[in-house]
Design a protein. Structure first.
Lengths: 486, 183
């Protein structure tokens, strides 16, 4: 008897065979796992992530605005006691880069002089690096403006009030403003006083180089290149500190390449036979991912930075399937050979004979996801000599996702990923969270090379039409070079 | 179980009603445990696989579309879970030394006397790879293409495993026959 009867009997017997089991106990175990629990509150994850990032940014802002400046180049108050009362005249010259010819032609001003003989101190609030009191009588003082961007044709509301009944005159021609100060010292006053006020919109952008300054006694000698600022209030000072933060930003551009080992998860959707999930797992093998990008970066003096740019990533997998087809045809051939020994002859009897043909079919396809992203990353760098070590986190906003290759569909037909006829895959996978650490080395003042391992949160690549949920996350290693502008 | 009852269970489970979920477990656990046992050999492992399979069944049921047999759909999930439990690397180890199994006829009187448990015991004596292919092809009715995709092997490997499984079973059945005749 053929073996097929045994197989038929086995199939009939075993297909309806029930094993003994305590079904009530099984349900008792299953019940807590299958009775529907409240949906996962994934919103909380994003809420906490948003709060965390906000706190990070706020901390960076607070740090940058509340730190006492190591070199308060934009703010300095000097109080001086004059040591001599020698009368003198002072000439204050201001050269501007103002290109407004008309404004300059009409810009002749005599500014008010406020006697303040009774005030014993000399107070000047400037952006000077240092003010050195000097008892040496010097007869002229010169202030050269290096830049002035907002000069208008209105008469500047500047005033220079100087002690000892000084007269201050400011004139200008096409591109130069001359300011002459002629103090008339009151001999009765043992001390002189001078202060300089100016409306910020007129002089705030002036960078003055005071070559020499003497307002009678005391004379002041300023270090060269002094940017001026004249705000007084607390709000103005706070704004100025923030301005310093902005001015201290350093900009950079860079390029990087990376390689990663993505982690893939496949999960059959409801209604899809889980066997299909197993088929996909068995026929597709995950390969490496590669990435490359260009970046723009802005970094504060304190080490906080933001970077963005454009990034390309390719995630590859290998689809392998082997199939053997055996085909038996009937062809015309030799069915029998009769050998006659007496006549030493052979006779061939022709007829239909079976012909077996075996075809082995090996299919190997490399499937690729092509992903174009814009990263928005915040980070902090800690510097140690030429080394920087940093921590960064943020999101990558997907611009476009495309793919090519082949996989099995649930009926075990080949499904072309490039055409994606049933729209299984998204063309945009949205935002993905990523975080990483960086180690960089400054080659010189401008160039930096760095190495950065990072993780990317899982992203779903499939639409609702897909029979399977296909997610990628992973670890990648990136190396790149950055150029920071001076 | 009639078709109407089956539909009630499906609809109840799709609505995630615990009463009908329990009903499904009570109705099908014996049948599905038998399926699981054929692939896992070990009863405890088979129960673990069954529990995992039920969790998947309840997860996938809300979008189940009754295109084929519901029982067949349940069996596929159990088989899939069972195969995931098994280590596919055993294949190569079990191939050696099994090429020269003689082809023998089988006396129908031998296996006709065998019940389900004896048949399961007999099939359980096969190496894992052979057993999986035999179960999938002979009992579940999968094609070699499906088996190849499901087990991550080629179609030709599936065919050769089935051939060797058959030869091995023939040999074992004839051994049983000889044993009986000697008694």
């Amino acid at each position: 008897m053929s073996f097929s009867s045994f197989e038929k009997y086995t199939r009939q017997t075993l297909q309806q065979h029930h094993a003994a089991i305590d079904a009530e106990a099984l349900w008792a175990n299953l019940e807590p796992k299958v009775v529907k629990s409240p949906p996962k509150r994934r919103g909380f994850f994003w809420l906490f992530l948003g709060l965390g990032l906000s706190a990070f940014v706020a901390a960076g802002w607070w740090w940058s605005t509340d730190q006492p400046s190591a070199a308060p180049s934009d703010q300095l108050s000097a109080t001086e006691e004059p040591t001599a009362s020698t009368p003198s005249t002072a000439a204050l010259e201001i050269s501007t880069s103002d290109t407004d010819q008309q404004a300059a032609e009409t810009d002749a001003t005599t500014v008010a002089v406020a006697p303040s003989a009774n005030q014993p101190t000399h107070s000047t609030k400037t952006t000077a690096n240092s003010i050195t009191p000097s008892s040496t009588p010097i007869t002229t003082k010169t202030v050269s403006a290096l830049s002035r961007s907002d000069q208008t044709d209105n008469t500047p509301a500047a005033s220079i009030a100087m002690g000892n009944n000084a007269e201050v005159t400011m004139t200008s021609d096409a591109s130069e403003v001359n300011l002459t100060v002629s103090p008339e010292l009151n001999d009765d006053s043992p001390k002189s006083n001078s202060s300089i006020d100016a409306a910020p919109e007129e002089v705030n952008t002036l960078a003055l180089q005071i070559v020499n300054l003497t307002v009678g006694p005391p004379a002041l000698a300023f270090e060269p290149l002094i940017p001026l600022s004249f705000e007084k209030s607390e709000d103005q000072r706070l704004r100025r500190r923030r301005g310093a933060f902005v001015r201290n930003l350093r900009y950079g551009v860079g390029a990087y390449v990376g390689v990663g080992r993505p982690s893939r998860t496949l999960e059959a959707r409801e209604g899809t036979p889980p066997a299909y999930e197993q088929v996909r797992l068995n026929t597709e093998k995950q390969q490496e991912s590669i990435q490359a990008g260009l970046e723009l970066m802005v970094q504060s003096e304190q080490g906080f930075y933001f970077r963005t740019g454009l990034q390309y990533e390719r995630i590859a997998s290998k689809f392998t399937f082997n199939s053997t087809i055996t085909r038996i045809d009937t062809i015309e051939g030799v069915q029998q050979i009769i050998i006659n020994n007496f006549l030493n002859d052979t006779t061939e009897i022709m007829g239909p004979v079976p012909h077996e043909r075996t075809t082995t079919f090996d299919k190997i396809t490399y499937n690729n996801f092509h992903i174009i992203d814009v990263p928005l990353i915040l980070g902090y760098n800690f510097s140690q000599q030429n080394w920087t070590f940093g921590l960064e986190a943020g999101v990558t906003l997907n611009i476009r996702t495309s793919l090519d290759g082949e996989v099995f569909d649930p009926e075990l037909n080949f499904y072309d990923l490039a055409t994606d006829e049933q729209s299984w895959y998204k063309t945009n996978i949205g935002a993905r969270f990523q975080a990483g650490i960086t180690a960089g080395y400054l080659l010189d003042n401008n160039w930096q090379i760095y190495f950065s391992p990072r993780i990317t949160a899982p992203a779903n690549f499939n639409s609702d039409e897909s029979p399977i949920r296909h997610k990628y996350s992973g670890l990648s290693f990136r190396t790149g070079v950055r150029f920071f502008f001076d | 179980m009639n078709h109407e009852q089956e539909n009630k269970i499906i609809e109840g489970c799709q609505a995630e009603n615990p009463r009908w979920q329990k009903e499904l477990v009570l109705r099908y656990s014996g049948l599905l445990l038998a399926v699981s046992q054929r692939y896992t050999r070990n009863t405890e492992t088979a129960k673990d696989v069954l529990q995992e399979a039920f969790i998947k069944i309840f997860r996938y049921l809300p979008r189940y579309e009754p295109r084929g047999s519901f029982e067949g759909w349940l069996r596929k999930i159990v088989i899939s879970c069972a195969l995931q439990q098994l280590n596919k690397k055993r294949w190569k180890k079990e191939l050696s030394g099994l090429d020269n199994v003689p082809d023998m006829a089988v006396d129908p009187d031998i296996f006709r006397q065998m019940g389900a448990n004896e048949l399961i015991e007999l099939i359980d004596t096969l190496p894992d790879g052979f057993r999986e292919v035999f179960n999938l092809y002979v009992i579940e009715g999968y094609s070699h293409k499906e088996i190849g995709a499901l087990l991550g092997i080629t179609e030709s490997t599936s065919r050769s495993q089935l051939t060797r499984a058959r030869k091995l079973l023939q040999k074992k059945l004839n051994n049983v026959e000889r044993l009986r005749m000697s008694i």
